[in-house]
Design a protein around this ligand. Structure first.
Ligand SMILES: Nc1ncnc2c1ncn2[C@@H]1O[C@H](COP(=O)(O)OP(=O)(O)OP(=O)(O)O)[C@@H](O)[C@H]1O
Length: 239
């Protein structure tokens, strides 16, 4: 599903950790209903970008808007309440809590709490394994199941936009295929995605727009269908 409305706009943000500047004048636009890829090597700044959008890092320069509202400097819980949810790198879940408890934690905003039953049903429909294992400890899940739980938890806040960090890292190819199928299904129901993915081919295939980062900057961007794997790889390595 695509429309011409810009859902998220990042305009020239700088983010630093002490003296180290991790993002430089980063600019990015995400249209409603699309899937956008952010590609880059380790340390390029992809997670920092997600943290800045989610309110976990404060940009020293630039502006972030979501649905035409300036969200620069908003707190993380305010940003979730506006409709942005993150699936963190490595499918991080609370290992000592059950699958169901992990999901319920995702619906802590006032609006999501009201729709909890409906959101839970939708999550179980997408990932039946989570219903099967609802009362088991999340720490006992496989890597792929943990990634599904992390997506499920993000869905429980009823987001308009999901920031998905490292979709396929460390997962078996069949599991990755399954997860991309679910991303497509969730996207077709209207949720917009920004994906961080190391696999260039998959990244281009799964998205409408791609942005390549290198050392804290966007060095290449364009329609995924018009970018060659070679040009992306070159930008990725800075050659
Ligand atoms: N908390 C921190 N304190 C200091 N430097 C940091 C911190 N977090 C990240 N960095 C540095 O900022 C840069 C960007 O890191 P970031 O994690 O955003 O990159 P990334 O593209 O997501 O890489 P990865 O795939 O390894 O997570 C790196 O040089 C990293 O070492």
């Amino acid at each position: 599903m695509t429309s011409n409305n810009v859902l998220l706009k990042v305009e020239g943000i700088d983010v630093s950790y002490g003296d180290f500047q991790a993002l430089r004048k980063v600019k990015l636009e995400v249209k409603e209903g699309t899937v956008v890829s952010v590609i880059g090597a380790n340390g390029a700044g992809k997670s920092t970008l997600f943290q800045a959008i989610s309110g976990l890092q404060k940009p020293s320069e630039g502006k972030i808007s979501f649905m035409n509202n300036d969200i620069t400097g908003c707190l993380a819980h305010e940003i979730v309440a506006q409709g942005i949810s993150m699936v963190p790198e490595g499918g991080r879940v609370f290992p000592g809590l059950s699958v169901l408890e992990n999901l319920i934690i995702g619906s802590y905003t006032k609006d999501a709490r009201k729709k909890k039953t409906k959101l839970l049903r939708r999550t179980y429909d997408l990932f039946p394994i989570l219903l099967e294992k609802a009362n088991q400890l999340a720490g006992n899940l496989s890597g792929g199941q943990r990634q599904m739980l992390a997506i499920g938890r993000a869905l429980m806040s009823d987001p308009k936009l999901i920031l998905f960090d490292e979709v396929s890292l460390g997962l078996a190819p069949l599991v990755v295929k399954d997860i991309y199928k679910q991303i497509e299904a969730i996207n077709q129901e209207g949720t917009t995605f920004v994906l961080v993915e190391q696999d260039v081919r998959r990244s281009l295939r799964a998205s409408e727009m791609s942005y390549v980062m290198l050392a804290g900057e966007i060095v290449l961007s364009g329609k995924s269908s018009e970018l060659s794997e070679e040009s992306v790889r070159k930008a990725y390595f800075g050659i």
